[in-house]
Design a protein around this ligand. Structure first.
Ligand code: URA
Length: 210
């Protein structure tokens, strides 16, 4: 199974329509499904929501040039999970260490909102990603949409594992721990739902759990 949809994937009509609009409006952007970032040998998989219009959809690297990446990547580096300087572009030389970063839905959605059908259409890629990570121990879900998508991708009932910031769910059939965090979105940071200190605690916890 492919780890990422084909660059001209047509599974989601709404996302294809948005892609076509963006190809006209922003011809220099990537405007296609965005591949995950980091090695498949990593023990940690971070799963976000979907590329941002002027972020990952432009740069072709998850969370890159997205506000959410300005919180995520420095925190990973602070705790030894990255090296180099995060420069908001794909060829900045920034490297993830023992972490891979992916998204629930690989194409940019209008208004940063994905539908249940789009999550379902992209599920095989998340499943393939997880299956292709032989050393995977921890999945960090950024936000409740990612949390639900990971559970469904692995065949667990969403109702049995409630999303809560800082919650840790051992997934018995996979021996993987799913950790929840509020998403590092601009909205969550601006409204203090998530602070840099709260997110640091989550990343420090990943280190302890390994
Ligand atoms: N950029 C991404 O790639 N994913 C998110 O969830 C948010 C921004």
């Amino acid at each position: 199974m492919l780890l990422c949809p084909a660059q001209n994937c047509a599974k989601c009509p709404r996302l294809v329509e948005f892609r076509t609009q963006n190809q006209n409006k922003f011809p220099s952007y990537h405007n296609a499904p965005v591949e995950s970032f980091g090695s498949l040998d990593a023990e940690i998989l971070v799963v976000g929501l979907a590329p941002g219009l002027n972020g990952a959809n432009q740069t072709n690297r998850p969370f890159t040039n997205d506000y959410a990446g300005d919180i995520l990547y420095p925190a990973l580096k602070k705790f030894g999970f990255a090296q180099g300087n995060y420069g908001r572009i794909k060829n900045d030389g920034f490297e993830l260490l023992n972490v891979r970063v992916s998204n629930t839905v690989r194409c940019v959605p209008p208004q940063n909102k994905v539908t249940a059908d789009e999550i379902a259409a992209c599920r095989p890629f998340l499943q393939a990603e997880i299956a292709a990570m032989p050393h995977l121990k921890l999945i960090l879900s950024l936000g409740s949409v990612s949390h639900g998508a990971v559970l469904q991708a692995l065949g667990y009932k969403k109702s049995a594992y409630k999303f809560a910031h800082g919650a840790e769910h051992l997934l018995p059939h996979h021996n993987i721990t799913l950790i929840d965090s509020y998403h590092t979105s601009r909205y969550n940071i601006n409204t203090n739902v998530l602070t840099a200190a709260m997110f640091d605690k989550i990343i420090a916890r990943l280190q302890q759990l390994l």
